[in-house]
Write a new protein. Structure first.
Length: 682
């Protein structure tokens, strides 16, 4: 047992620092730079004390003032950075830095315990930011190291080396895993998080789409994490920089439509002031059932949607019904909406048909699909009037506009130039270089100018099929915008003007337009064989991550019911799961008690090695008697096996020194080697 006045030495503290540093590294990415800087400074102070003898705060009043002043400065910086909001980011930053300050002032066993236990809390905070498999592996290593620190500090000074401590810590963690597994599988799941996260919990959530398009302005700070609360001209194009997943789709029976039909419907935009496109007011569209007639084959699929902190859901255009197991509704303009914001990874099952008629008998909102701002787009309106005179009907007019995009010098560009003035006129008559939103917006204006109801639909188009698990991954770079026009007796018809300029974008997806180095590291992109090898490895890793996301990270009420049903627990409820959980935990505890009783009375590793030696001797009829000491038994064994006298003497001497002189760290490994090498022959 540890003595009451025991103080951790620098070996114990350095081991703890390694564990805490590994646990804090992810926060250096998620938190402001000064958080990582202050953590490293304080940890370095403690290391310099260990290796250079630098004084600690307790050694001097001025050093104590410096230490306490640094802690006060941390509080000020946190309030400056995060304000008065007590949330995920501010709480994680405070824990990370204060833990480093605590390490500097460790002087007693109590301080050491507090730092270790705070380290376990630090492990938990990392999962507020990432639940990836790599994060789990890293935090598992941190837990092993922290447990080994507790093992070390609760053992005698010279009992166990680092290998033995890590082995024992790993054994203890694995022994706890059955209980963890039972809790994971059977603890009743409820929709959403168990506790309410504060406001900043979703500050880093990627917003995939917006409810408006602003033409002509390229915003600053959009980066690669997706579009924020507004889509401006050029903002969708910036999503090609992002490989982040928007959602994954698993089709039943692996029946997948061709890429040209993979339009994933999202927000619908009606209103424009010449620059901004936005949806109608909720009173006009929300929860009014659309008139949909489906024909042809239907595609059934399950979708895993990443959190985007908005209410909209995505579906293959057009869904035949709303999800039965997910609280949602289908608005009159065909937008699938959730009853609440998507703050967590969500899963739902759908079926869709790519051959449909949408509000063919009429639409109450056609007036909004004809609205154009006054004194805007004069050149575009004049061109539309000219084409109206040259065509016989609305269908001919639509073909005329598409032919204009196809035959003139329009260019599909991932980096369109910034436009000013009248954006639509500038694009159609001057730059003629743009991304999908340029073509969708200008095409919609040309339709409305000819009294053809039209609106913009945003969402995604295409996706990357993983041949390993046949899961279609739709990424942020697949973001797309197209137009719907309404024709009498036909209803709303999807027309993608981008395909008239770049058919490759629709038929092959955005991936076909990206350079090879986007699909593999630049150093490998020069070789087709290496590129294919890299793609194969990436596909397998992505398939594994997808399974992890669905069955572990996304293990919610629906999947829990599926798993428990397969285990024979039909229609599980809270009462049944609680009984099963309590029974299995009781059984696990009973097994552990029986295992501990069955275990040899003396768990000393030296004793275990010596017993292995005795078992080898028993094969020759040399059994150690209870009344016989190690040296007496050695004398009898040496007489019976004269060829192994030296080995028997060495093993017995080592055992005696370890057992009775407490020289284990120096001799235990040597004893293990001697016992392993001892193989007497008859």
């Amino acid at each position: 047992m540890t003595k009451p006045d025991f103080s951790p030495d620098h070996h114990h503290i350095n081991s703890l620092i390694v564990a805490l540093l590994l646990g804090a590294i992810p926060h250096f990415i998620y938190q402001p730079f000064w958080v990582g800087l202050m953590f490293v400074v304080m940890i370095s102070w403690r290391l310099l004390h260990s290796y250079r003898g630098w004084p600690l705060p307790a050694a001097s009043r001025w050093l104590k003032v410096l230490h306490n002043g640094g802690a006060a400065l941390t509080i000020v910086l946190i309030f400056t950075q995060f304000g008065l909001t007590i949330g995920r980011d501010s709480g994680a930053a405070l824990l990370t830095i204060m833990l480093a300050f605590k390490v500097v002032e460790i002087r007693s066993l109590r301080d050491y315990y507090v730092s270790c236990f705070l380290g376990f809390f630090l492990v938990i905070t990392n999962f507020f930011y990432s639940e990836s498999l790599m994060m789990v592996v890293l935090m598992f290593a941190v837990i092993i190291l922290l447990t080994s620190c507790l093992v070390s500090v609760n053992s005698s000074h010279d009992v166990q080396g680092i290998k033995q401590r890590l082995r024992l810590a790993l054994k203890m963690v694995f022994q706890a895993m059955p209980v963890m597994l039972f809790l994971f599988l059977l603890f009743p799941r409820i929709p959403g998080p168990i506790w309410g996260l504060p406001k900043d919990a979703n500050s880093a959530v990627t917003t995939t789409m917006t409810e408006q398009i602003t033409l002509g302005e390229i915003p600053s700070g959009t980066g690669t994490s997706g579009i924020s609360d507004s889509i401006q001209m050029g903002k969708i194009s910036q999503l090609i920089l992002s490989d982040e997943t928007a959602f994954r789709v698993q089709f039943e029976n692996d029946t997948i439509p061709p890429s040209s039909q993979l339009y994933w419907r999202g927000p619908v935009l009606w209103h424009t002031d010449g620059t901004v496109w936005s949806p109608l007011a909720p009173k006009h569209v929300n929860k009014q059932s659309p008139q949909i007639t489906h024909s042809g084959s239907q595609f059934s699929y399950s979708m895993t949607l990443e959190p985007h902190n908005k209410r909209w859901l995505f579906a293959l255009d057009f869904p035949t019904q709303k999800p039965t197991s997910f609280p949602s509704y289908l608005s009159s303009d065909g937008r699938l909406n959730s009853q609440s914001k998507i703050k967590n990874r969500s899963q739902y099952a759908l079926s869709s048909s790519t051959d449909y008629r949408f509000n063919a008998e009429g639409d109450n909102n056609l007036w909004a699909a004809l609205q154009l701002p006054k004194d805007k787009h004069p050149q575009t309106l004049a061109l539309a009037e000219k084409w109206q005179q040259e065509t016989n009907n609305k269908r001919d007019y639509i073909d005329r506009v598409l032919r204009f995009f196809n035959t003139q010098n329009f260019v599909y560009s991932l980096t369109p130039p910034q436009l000013s003035g009248d954006i639509v006129d500038m694009f159609l008559f001057d730059s003629r270089e743009g991304f999908c939103e340029h073509y969708a917006a200008s095409f919609t204006v040309l339709m409305r100018a000819a009294d053809i109801p039209a609106r913009i639909v945003t969402g995604y188009q295409g996706g990357d099929l993983n041949p390993v698990d046949n899961v279609l991954t739709v990424r942020q770079r697949d973001a797309h915008a197209w137009t719907e026009v309404w024709l009498k007796d036909q209803g709303w018809i999807r027309i993608d003007p981008t395909s008239a300029v770049s058919s490759q974008r629709v038929e092959q997806g955005i991936s076909g337009l990206l350079p090879n180095e986007r699909n593999s590291p630049r150093i490998l992109s020069q070789s087709d064989a290496l590129t294919q090898l890299w793609q194969h490895m990436e596909n397998n890793w992505d398939a594994f991550n997808n399974s992890w996301d669905i069955w572990v990270v996304g293990y919610g009420p629906q999947i829990q019911k599926q798993v428990l049903s397969k285990l024979g627990m039909n229609n599980p409820d809270w009462k049944k799961m609680t009984i099963w959980l309590a029974s299995l935990l009781l059984l696990s505890g009973l097994v552990m008690v029986l295992a501990s009783l069955y275990r040899r009375r003396d768990s000393d590793p030296a004793v275990a090695l010596y017993q292995t030696f005795c078992r080898k001797m028993a094969k020759f009829g040399l059994t150690k008697h209870d009344y016989e000491g190690p040296h007496d038994f050695a004398l009898r064994a040496q007489y019976a096996l004269p060829d192994y006298q030296l080995q028997i003497h060495q093993i017995t001497t080592l055992y005696s020194h370890i057992r009775y002189r407490h020289e284990q760290p120096l001799l235990l490994e040597e004893l293990a080697q001697k016992v392993k090498a001892f193989r007497p022959q008859k």
